[in-house]
Write a protein that binds this ligand. Structure first.
Ligand SMILES: [Zn+2]
Length: 327
């Protein structure tokens, strides 16, 4: 049974200044270590296996102030940087790679957008202008709205991004119809980043061998779907296909028969997805809702904190989330 649990979500963990893409929003290595020290002071880190056990067994409870560390999207950073640091701390984590990026050398649209924004960070307006021109070009064919209408609806600042960036992300991650969305993201990636997607993917993501090593060293691997779509927007047969294909991939790396974890791309799900997951023996699901897991919560809808919600220095005082977890 799960009582209180704090799940923390990480993406890139790297020192971006020394990379060709200093504009990428990443957690610096020192801040990561500082946050782990902070977590060590206030929490007990549990593994993915312990989470699954707590969900399966009514009598098994997680320790007080339990924390679970989760790493999305299967970046090579997670093998080269995160794994050795976690081992130094004696911690484990749950890693959610996307099958297609690893099996097919495909750079996820979400990552293409990050690297386009990084490559153009001195002038994001340039990308907005390019996008407007591309929308003009495709407007009639796809029955698109006017540029002004998209902009006024989508350009709303978020917790972490200014309005232009949110506009670009929302338009390209969700708003435009497929296959136009993919074509435009591809075009921007080729124009501003590289035309050699396969090499870029090989550098950006873990390899199958590295993932195998992660599993052997006690890390838990979760499904993050096959294609990294907004699963909640797909018809049920496509949802089922996404899950089956990602499970075939996971099975090569670790056993899944006694239950497994789903990490929803973009936090997107709906009722039909949840029932498909139950049928296929998925026991836990990670959303992007920002909160602590409370007793009696639905295990398929576990909220998470972002790394930015917790302090990044070992000596920092307990913040509001930590105080809430300790109540
Ligand atoms: Zn993701």
């Amino acid at each position: 049974m799960i009582k209180r649990l704090t799940i923390v979500m990480y993406h890139y963990v790297r020192d971006v200044e020394s990379t060709p893409y200093p504009g990428i929003k990443a957690l610096p290595v020192k801040a990561f270590c500082g946050q782990l020290e902070y977590i060590r002071r206030f929490y007990t880190v549990v593994s993915g296996a312990e989470l699954l056990e707590a969900i399966r067994e009514e009598s098994y409870t997680l320790p007080p102030n339990a924390a679970l560390l989760t790493f999305d999207d299967g970046y090579a950073d997670h093998f080269t940087t995160v794994l050795p640091i976690l081992e130094e701390f004696g911690f484990t984590g749950v890693f959610s790679p996307v099958a297609k990026s690893i099996l097919e050398g495909h750079v996820l649209d979400v990552n293409k957008i990050h690297f386009v924004l990084s490559a153009t960070s001195d002038n994001v307006g340039r990308v907005v202008d390019t996008l407007f021109a591309l929308l003009d070009h495709h407007r009639a064919e796809y029955g698109l709205e006017s540029n002004e209408s998209y902009y006024s609806r989508l350009a709303v600042a978020s917790r972490f991004d200014p309005p232009e960036i949110i506009f670009i992300k929302r338009l390209l991650q969700r708003e435009l119809p497929e296959p136009l969305r993919g074509r435009i993201v591809e075009e921007l990636f080729h124009r501003y980043v590289t035309t050699d997607e396969r090499s870029f993917a090989a550098e950006l993501y873990m390899s199958l061998d590295q993932l195998r090593t992660m599993a052997v060293r006690g890390m838990t691997l979760a499904s993050h779907s096959y294609d990294h779509y907004w699963l909640g927007t797909l018809p049920p047969h496509r949802q089922s296909e996404e899950i089956d294909r990602s499970l075939d991939f996971l099975r090569k790396l670790q056993p899944v028969d006694t239950g497994w974890i789903m990490c929803y791309p973009y936090g997107s799900y709906n009722e039909s997805l949840l029932s498909t997951l139950r049928e296929k023996n998925c026991l836990a699901g990670f959303t992007t809702e920002v909160d602590l897991v409370s007793p009696g919560g639905n295990p398929l809808l576990l909220p998470r904190l972002d790394t930015n919600d917790l302090p990044k220095a070992g000596e920092d005082e307990a913040n509001e989330w930590t105080k809430k977890a300790m109540q």
